[in-house]
Design a protein around this ligand. Structure first.
Ligand SMILES: Cc1cc2nc3c(=O)[nH]c(=O)nc-3n(C[C@H](O)[C@H](O)[C@H](O)COP(=O)(O)O)c2cc1C
Length: 143
């Protein structure tokens, strides 16, 4: 099938603060399914908020996003950007993950520039390019 590739970025807030175990369970589930659907991306979590980029064949991304939007583990889901891509920006990852509450900022080059940015959907929706740049720092930093 010749499905075009798309990239979707959204932000949301966790319904309850997520424990490390809950985050790991979510990731394990996500990675297995993303591998099956040929999806890649990054999920960031900070102070109860999520920022995620998903990329892959349009039908798979759209379908998963519908599922994700119904997931009761989070709410206030806000689409930040959707675009067609020629190649993947986050292709190395079935779903990379960083819990920014637990992370030493100095361990990810470039992160310090974003440390004082708000980490919420409203801010990212106003500045989609900033959301992308933020995710990119983690793509480059988590090798
Ligand atoms: C913040 C957040 C991010 C998620 N990211 C993914 C993901 O990248 N891939 C995935 O398969 N499921 C992800 N999920 C989980 C889905 O909502 C859903 O539970 C999962 O795909 C299993 O759905 P199914 O068993 O109905 O197929 C995410 C959920 C949340 C709350």
């Amino acid at each position: 099938m010749n499905d075009k590739l798309i990239q979707l970025i959204y932000a949301s807030s966790a319904s309850d603060l997520m424990t490390e175990e809950e985050l790991l369970a979510l990731l394990e589930q996500s990675r297995e399914k993303n591998a099956r659907l040929n999806l890649t991306g990054i999920l960031l979590y900070k102070s109860g908020n999520f920022l995620q980029v998903l990329e892959g064949p349009e039908s798979a991304v759209t379908e998963l996003y519908e599922t994700i939007k119904k997931d009761e583990r989070h709410a206030n889901i806000l689409t930040i950007a959707t675009k067609e891509i020629k190649e993947r920006d986050f292709g190395d990852w079935k779903m990379a993950f960083a819990n920014l509450n637990k992370l030493d900022p100095a361990s990810v080059p470039g992160y310090s520039e974003f440390l004082n940015d708000p980490f919420d959907g409203k801010y990212f929706a106003e500045k989609p390019s900033r959301a992308f740049a933020f995710l990119k720092v983690f793509k480059d930093g988590m090798r």
